[in-house]
Write a protein that binds this ligand. Structure first.
Ligand code: BJW
Ligand code: ZN
Length: 250
């Protein structure tokens, strides 16, 4: 812990990459692992454009369930610690694979004016049209009972879909470019709660390493990144991030 605090305290530029594990202690299931969502739902049935094209009702049902779950949950001490780090240190950029919006909620809870997190995989609370370029925030509840009740585009009447990035889809090029720029400039990449297997997100810490920076990993279990990390903190984000950030900001 001390080594991680010292590294983080000394770094002028930091990129933080988070994954589903950072929200686990808020009661939001991760994807992989024993308790993960993929244990009960096959990714190719739900998180691909092909799945949506073949059964939009089923896919919307899954997303409606996750939206409702997230709406009842709150950011925990780990989210708040990261929000504080971003607030106090202008050189820190937060990049998340999560679609739950909890980092932004934590930032708003503490009144942070820091740049919003870069959301690599989109958001559960935005939609886009499958037929035109319409995109918008969307928090209203979705009736996924039948295809007829699914949300429709106000511009063209096309079917709306969650504005998240599914397997085989490209990420927003501007968001990816900004995330890689931050990772390349960073002296430290703090990686929290990701299995580090999904590309291109998993390559971000490698960019930091390539340009001479160091990786700190926070995860209860080993990942492919563990062997290249300078420091590995084994344990849950909610327990480890508050002392890590407190020490780095002291
Ligand atoms: C805790 C904790 C606690 C628990 N505290 N930690 C072969 C090689 C390389 C790449 C590919 C390949 N074949 C295909 C690809 C490309 C593919 C990919 O990477 N696949 C790999 C699986 C192999 N990538 C893509 O398709 C991406 N697009 C792309 O590459 O475009 C170009 C292209 C186009 C066409 C063809 C090929 C390329 C898009 C990826 C989109 C990912 N989308 C999802 C769903 C988003 C929407 C939704 O949420 O529904 O994003 S999948 C899912 O995985 C979600 C997550 O953001 C993402 C990453 O998961 P994450 O966050 O790491 O979660 P977990 O569950 O895996 O891990 C949780 C971790 O937390 C664990 O380590 C726990 O130990 C830990 N943890 N409790 C701290 N309390
Ligand atoms: Zn439309």
């Amino acid at each position: 812990m001390e080594e991680a605090q010292t590294l983080l305290a000394a770094a002028r530029s930091v990129v933080v990459l988070t994954g589903a594990g950072v929200s686990a202690e808020s009661g939001i299931p991760t994807f992989r692992g024993d308790e993960g969502l993929w244990k009960s739902y096959r990714p190719e049935r739900l998180a691909t454009p092909e799945a949506f094209a073949s059964d939009p009702r089923l896919v919307w049902e899954w997303y409606a369930w996750r939206r409702e779950l997230v709406a009842t949950r709150s950011p925990h001490s780990g989210h708040v610690a990261l929000a504080r780090l971003c607030q106090d240190r202008p050189g820190v950029r937060l990049v998340t694979q999560n679609v739950d919006g909890l980092h932004a909620r934590a930032a708003s809870e503490i009144g942070s004016g820091a740049a919003p997190p870069l959301e690599l995989h989109g958001s559960l609370f935005r939609v886009r049209c499958t037929a035109c370029r319409y995109r918008a925030p969307h928090t209203a509840s979705v009736d996924s009972g039948t295809v007829e009740t699914l949300p429709r585009c106000p511009e063209c009447g096309g079917l709306l879909r969650p504005a998240v990035v599914w397997f085989g889809e490209s990420l927003d090029a501007a968001v990816v470019a900004e995330a890689f720029r931050a990772a390349e400039e960073a002296e430290v990449c703090l990686v929290v709660g990701t299995s580090a297997v999904v590309q291109p997100a998993a390559a971000l810490p490698l960019s930091t390493l390539r340009t001479g920076g160091a990786v700190i990993e926070v995860n209860p279990v080993p990942t492919p990144l563990s062997q290249v990390a300078e420091v590995v903190l084994r344990g849950p984000a909610g327990e480890l991030l508050p002392p890590l950030v407190e020490g780095a900001l002291a």
